[in-house]
Design a protein around this ligand. Structure first.
Ligand SMILES: CC(C)=CCC/C(C)=C/CC/C(C)=C/CC/C(C)=C/COP(=O)(O)O
Length: 293
């Protein structure tokens, strides 16, 4: 009669990752479509390593090791089994940080799914979807880049050109950093997202961080620091950034953490731009070249 296989980390050997009860499709820890979210961030091991390690441990355990007997059959005089190697103990006792990250991820996925009320026409707030898509265009890279280039071409003051040149630099830096992080992290967009976005780059199939959220934080901080605006307009700029971030989750484009990190990154990007501020003194070539056009 086949003996029951040893269970490791609460999962019987041979059971696939997707059959684990804590991450069944539709459950918070599961991104849908039969895949795990942020698996690479939460575990330093390669995918499938759990199962491989489990098999190795099982085959090296006193129960399965060739030539040894099951513990139940061992007599009282036999020496206790040797302690498990260090890495096995770590596997069986997941760290506090690991548990905290997994819990955060589960809350993130659950909340994002709850907030994704405009993810489709048939969703509960489906009628608001066209408005959300309009907001999406207001934070898209192309209108901002083209608008900045147009204003640069029309600007007739050195001060105006300096600000616009730095805005252009900020927008390009943002595109570069977001593409780099998206390509490194490769977090898929939520399963309920419809990929019907206005012009995208190849990395935009990934969702971490939200490019719209980085741009919203960067541009609004830039505007607040370099344009003299009345208080109501300043409030409007901040509201636009916040609502744009929220709309990314409501449209189902992003999880909450993509947007939260996007805001943080955009805020930090402005600090980089401010630190490297381009002026006719430190980057004369740029300004002279632009003047000659
Ligand atoms: C015009 C100049 C000077 C350079 C062009 C540079 C360039 C490659 C622009 C591409 C702009 C573009 C297609 C941006 C994509 C914006 C987008 C869809 C981001 C995704 O946002 P997310 O919030 O869903 O992550």
């Amino acid at each position: 009669m086949p003996s029951p296989r040893r269970s490791v980390e609460g999962r019987p050997l041979g059971a696939s990752a997707s059959s684990s009860s804590s991450s069944s499709p539709g459950s918070p820890a599961h991104g849908g479509g039969g895949r795990f979210e942020f698996q690479s961030l939460l575990s330093s091991r390669a995918p499938g390593a759990d199962l491989t390690c489990a098999r190795l441990r099982a085959s090296e355990s006193p129960v399965h090791r060739r030539g040894s007997f099951p513990l139940a059959a061992a007599g009282p005089s036999q020496a206790p089994p040797p302690p498990l190697p260090e890495e096995d103990r770590m596997d069986l006792n997941p760290s506090f940080l690991g548990i905290a990250l997994r819990s955060l991820l589960a809350i993130d996925l659950w909340l994002s799914k709850k907030l994704g009320v405009c993810a489709g026409e048939s969703s509960s707030w489906g009628s608001v979807r066209p408005l959300m898509k309009l907001l999406e265009i207001s934070g898209h890279g192309i209108p901002w880049l083209l608008g900045t280039l147009y204003c640069l071409s029309r600007s007739d003051s050195w001060a105006g050109r300096e600000v616009l040149m730095n805005l252009l630099f900020a927008l390009l830096l943002d595109l570069l950093l977001v593409a780099l992080i998206k390509g490194l992290v490769r977090r898929r967009r939520p399963a309920h997202n419809q990929m019907d976005m206005f012009v995208t780059l190849s990395v935009d199939k990934y969702s971490f961080p939200s490019g719209h959220a980085t741009r919203a934080a960067l541009v609004s901080r830039f505007i607040l620091n370099h344009l003299v605006l009345a208080i109501p307009l300043r409030v409007l700029v901040v509201l636009w950034a916040l609502v744009l971030g929220l709309s990314r989750v409501m449209l189902g484009r992003h999880n909450v953490t993509d947007v939260a990190f996007g805001f943080f990154l955009g805020y930090m990007q402005y600090s980089i731009v401010d630190y490297c501020w381009l002026s006719p003194h430190n980057a004369p070539v740029l300004f002279v070249l632009w003047n000659q056009q």
